[in-house]
Design a protein. Structure first.
Length: 221
């Protein structure tokens, strides 16, 4: 009898745990976050990403990348046992001219490197690649090549980020929003001292060499 009670108790805990995680993941999806307590799979042909929990299956049709937030995707569905719910997402206003793709670097923090020279020097750190895809284009191009043709677009990028404050009396810190045009994560430090530079990074921490005066340039050819 004691053994049967243990089995019953374990089943009870399993059911409670499954129901609780199913509810938490459902709640996350209603606020635009992807589920946590699940196994994920992605079909690149159909662009459908699936989330399998203990008692539920959810899915979404990815627009650009599985790194995008849920409200950038479409056909978001959640099925608990036999009941299927279509989750309505509040999509961001489609007023962006381009999407920014940020691929993080394996090494982080790493020495920042000069990326582009305009009115302000732009450095990257903890970023392997940063690309732009215009709304009407199917191809991605390097951000530095895009800046060469559209130097003012760095202002468009910063304008759409959230200013969190000033760090070390050296730089304004900006972070990406959940419903932004950025696939991945981007933090921008705009120096307010005499260095006249901007740092694009995948890290939330400011490194000591940021906003220091550097005698560097980009080699041509």
């Amino acid at each position: 009898m004691s053994f049967l009670k243990k089995i019953r108790n374990l089943l009870f805990i399993f059911v409670i745990l499954g129901a609780a995680t199913a509810y938490l993941d459902y709640y996350r999806m209603t606020i635009g976050e992807v589920p946590l307590f699940c196994k994920k799979s992605y079909n690149p042909r159909t662009k459908i990403e699936e989330f399998r929990g203990i008692f539920y299956i959810a899915e979404r049709t990815v627009k650009n990348s599985t790194k995008e937030t849920l409200n950038l995707s479409s056909n978001v569905k959640y099925r608990f046992l036999t009941k299927t719910l279509k989750i309505k997402q509040k999509h961001p206003k489609d007023h962006y001219d381009f999407i920014l793709y940020v691929t993080p670097s394996i090494e982080c923090p790493s020495p920042s490197s000069l990326y582009y020279m305009g009115e302000e020097k732009i450095y990257i750190d903890c970023i392997h690649k940063i690309e732009v895809k215009e709304k009407k284009s199917k191809e991605k191009i390097e951000l530095k090549d895009y800046l060469a043709k559209n130097p003012e677009s760095i202002e468009d990028i910063i304008k759409e980020l959230s200013l969190t404050g000033i760090v070390n009396d050296k730089a304004e810190k900006y972070i990406d929003k959940k419903d932004s045009f950025i696939v991945g994560h981007l933090t921008v430090y705009r120096c307010i001292n005499e260095s006249k530079s901007i740092y694009l990074t995948n890290s939330m921490e400011m490194v000591d060499d940021y906003c220091t005066i550097k005698n560097d340039s980009i080699e041509q050819g």
